[in-house]
Design a protein around this ligand. Sequence first.
Ligand code: SF4
Ligand code: SF4
Length: 443
Amino acid sequence: MEKNLVNIIKEAGIVGAGGAGFPTHVKIDTNCDYVIVNAAECEPLVRVDQQLMEYKSEEILKALNMVVRHTGAKKGIVGIKAKYKGALHELRKIIKKYPKISIHELGNFYPAGDEQVLVYEILGKIVPEGGIPLGVGTVVLNSETLLNIYHAAEKNLPVTEKYVTVGGEVKNPITLKVPIGVKIKELIGIAGGSQIEDFVVVEGGPMMGNVVEDMDTPITKTTKALIVLERNHPVVVSIEKSLHMTIQQAKTACMHCNLCSEVCPRRLIGHSLEPHKLIRIASYGSTLDKTTPITTAFLCCDCRLCEYACIMDLQPWKVNIALKKKLSEKGIGYVDKKSNLTANEFRNFQRYPLGKLIMQLGIDKYDVKAPLVDKKYEFPSVELLLKQHIGVPTASIVSVGDRVTKGQLIAKVPEGKLGANLYSSIDGVVKLADENKIVIFRV
Ligand code: SF4
Ligand code: SF4
């Protein structure tokens, strides 16, 4: 079975369920030394991976074992926070069955789930600048991605469902398994509805998420969390602050103190990223340092932690995003990628405590359980986006009026291109099929 694992994963349309949606078949089509399960779930209020590791531990370890065998890895390691006691309890009960698999307990800091931070925490290896974990012989997979691999390899099931935490200002915070393509408002309804009138949703979590205004927006293969917040909540205000405002504020208020760089997780593992220097671009049009080119902005992972270290409430991360965009438009990248790196000697003391961050974000009252309810809900329709992964959009192979069943292939990756197949997530009739989406109504 493992011989064809790449094809099984490719056929099933599996992408990274915890990030940007990189097609998993490409990621595991390699040899490596280590396969790490990213179950750190450091994004505040998100409760998916920690519960999957508890309730689906058997399936996830089986899938991890398959990937370890397929890649020829020496070890598979579950990277999980020590505070996820229920998950650890379940994992310890079954781990003896897998001699190559071990558990690495992580501290409660942010961003423990950043791939490069995770690799350093577990293996003590530093991913070269601008590189990926494979640069140090490692493949990192999210817990839910592994669960999808199990379903594809053992049950012949493609990706049609997604686990999503619904939290914040809802009556009953909850974690649900829902068909891909259902609407945000339907999930908020299952969570008992919003408790406030004027709200928005932060999709993905308060640190790295985006603000969504349209409650008809569909769930995709990468949706992890929907956090309902007041429109004027500090988290929303921070995400929505314009770049112009950020730069104006940086010009007048930045003290060039370097507190943002002190906490930067990529700087702490030894990368040449120093947000306090990059933000000088706003004030002086230069980093004022010949050894720090502005292209080091490409080393930023957009974790946004620098904002919460800054006593002036500035947003170096937003400046970095703008720099990356501008430089990319001009065809300029970061070329001087260093690989012989040493982590900061004070790193262990400078990791940012999650509890402190939650208080700073003003979300402590929402930091509650969101129990996983593995129940089947009926939805009247789904809207399946043709691009919900890294790569090119899938091409629809259905037409308006076609009857489809759950698990039926409805859009394919164009031959030779990077992407992920798409399957119907309910039984129904195709009501719309264009270059962006397929809408299916239940029958
Ligand atoms: S952005 Fe904030 S933390 Fe960074 S150097 Fe300026 S004032 Fe200091
Ligand atoms: S967002 Fe800020 S703290 Fe995070 S990697 Fe980028 S510069 Fe560093």
